[in-house]
Design a protein around this ligand. Structure first.
Ligand code: UDP
Length: 231
């Protein structure tokens, strides 16, 4: 059973379920999009029909934020974007993946390529490009690379809107929006310490470390106090 919050589905799928679905999508040459569902995206989708439709039409909606899980009836565990991306990289060989990274600063995506090749010698990385490049150049580079898995890391909702606008021109099977995961998996930024994760306060930790995120606080509070799960 899946949950819905403001019409946006939240799937009750484990990391293993999603890995199997990805493997099938690659084998059968089908498109499979993954978006993580968090308060920010739900709140934005309430103001943006294109974003809302794009999120609804995705193949997998992972409950990334603990605040989202709290609103769900059937889901009691997070499936985080950063952990799912890490597992896809780890299982790259088994799922016949060929990966392309699009997003983050040039030095971050370059470091990510090196770090992941060291961590997972069986990974196939077909290419990478930073998130500040011209969109046409990016699409050409992705298609030329013959990758079948694309990670897009440009923050939300920018990355989701880019995927929605360009999905038909991308010759890849799997597309996943991963926010700040390139920064974390490359070792450029630290994840919140366990103390914060245990208390469901990862979002607060990010606000303290990056004060520019304070402007998102009203959005989180509005989500917490006004948004209800759909019946
Ligand atoms: N970014 C990018 N292009 C842009 C804006 C941002 O590649 O035009 C990258 C930025 O360098 C960072 C990531 O997107 O690596 C933003 O991550 P953040 O943690 O802010 O994502 P969110 O909280 O929205 O998931």
């Amino acid at each position: 059973m899946k949950d819905y919050i403001k019409d946006i589905p939240v799937d009750n799928k484990s990391y293993e379920d999603i890995l199997l679905e990805i493997k099938d999508a690659i084998k059968n040459n089908q498109k499979y999009t993954i978006f993580s569902i968090n308060p920010k995206k739900i709140m934005h989708s309430m103001q943006d029909e294109k974003l809302k439709k794009g999120l609804i039409n995705a193949s997998a909606h992972i409950p990334d934020g603990m605040l989202v899980v709290k609103k769900c009836k059937y889901i009691n565990k997070r499936v985080t974007g950063v952990d799912l991306m890490n597992k896809i990289c780890e299982n790259c060989h088994d799922i016949n993946g060929k990966i392309f990274f699009y997003g983050a600063k040039k030095e971050v995506v370059e470091k990510l390529n090196v770090v992941l090749k060291e961590k997972y010698p069986n990974i196939t990385i077909s290419g990478y490009i930073d998130g500040y490049s011209d969109s046409d150049k990016v699409i050409n580079a992705i298609n030329k690379s013959k990758a079948n898995i694309l990670f897009v890391a440009m923050g939300s909702p920018k990355q989701e809107l880019w995927v929605i606008d360009n999905i038909d021109n991308l010759n890849v099977n799997v597309i996943m929006g991963v926010g700040g995961s390139f920064d974390v998996l490359s070792g450029t930024k630290k994840r919140a310490p366990k103390f914060f994760t245990k208390l469901n306060l990862e979002w607060l930790y990010r606000m303290v470390c990056e004060p520019k995120r304070m402007k998102e606080l009203p959005l989180y509070l509005k989500f917490l106090f006004t948004v209800k799960r759909d019946k």
